[in-house]
Write a protein that binds this ligand. Structure first.
Ligand code: SAH
Length: 222
């Protein structure tokens, strides 16, 4: 198949994704589902992969990285419980897809990406789609983004050995952090909440993310 996907077809595929991959697996947050019905996922992958954009799987985005499976994106956003006035930080912009969803759900989004070329591509896609409240920053997101802290919501799209301390420090009172924690190949989603200055932590489903590389993550290489 060649050429961009017609909007009517994309909309149909999004509805199908929402019914067969998300509602069927007990994603119930209507704000998350509505956001996923709006964001054109096919614009965040190479045109040659456009026909697979709504498949029930992650897809390659270059540099050994992937855009996460729609279900995993939805489950993380549901766990994050964003509100319209929130300021959110994402670590691991990748394609920019999840940042676009965060922009649909929150007031302001900063997303940090360590691979410069991916950051540039994500910024261009977000700009082209009019997501002006989402800002892409190049850097090591394990150190957070202190200049705009604190954040009501922090979401990490790569697997870490432990929760990076700077992210907890940059979490606002009443804030939530969702992050995959575990080994280099398999993790569990961990949800941290800051309440009355204390961090409460709970674990959710198992998952398999690419490694979070950086000062408070895994060392590069291997
Ligand atoms: N949220 C993305 C998927 C990201 S995949 C999307 O919607 O497409 C994980 C991304 O995290 C990769 O692009 C990888 O380069 C990036 N990454 C890994 N370690 C990082 C770090 N320390 N800081 C910022 N980004 C990092």
């Amino acid at each position: 198949m060649s050429g961009p996907m017609p909007e009517s077809e994309a909309r149909r595929k999004r509805e199908w994704m929402i019914d067969t991959q998300l509602r069927s697996r007990a994603i119930t947050d209507e704000r998350v589902l509505a956001a996923m019905a709006r964001v054109p996922r096919e614009r965040f992958v190479a045109e040659a992969l456009g026909h697979s954009a709504y498949d029930d799987s992650p897809l390659p985005i270059g540099f050994g990285q992937t855009i996460s499976q729609p279900y995993m994106v939805a489950a993380m956003l549901e766990a994050l419980a964003c509100e319209p006035q929130h300021r959110a930080l994402e670590v691991g912009a990748g394609s920019g897809y999840q940042a676009a969803l965060l922009a649909e759900l929150c007031a302001q989004v900063w997303t940090v990406e360590i691979v410069e070329q991916l950051a540039a591509q994500a910024a261009a896609t977000l700009r082209a789609l009019g997501y002006s409240t989402a800002k892409v920053v190049v850097g090591d997101g394990t150190q957070g983004l202190p200049e705009h802290a604190p954040y009501d919501r922090i979401i990490v799209a790569a697997g870490a050995p432990s929760v990076p301390e700077p992210l907890l420090e940059q979490l606002a009172e009443g804030g939530r952090l969702v992050i995959p924690i575990g080994g280099r190949v398999g993790q569990r989603l961990v949800i941290c909440r800051r309440e009355s200055g204390r961090i409460h932590r709970c674990e959710s489903m198992s998952c398999a993310f690419v490694p979070l590389i950086g000062l408070y993550g895994w060392s590069p290489g291997l």
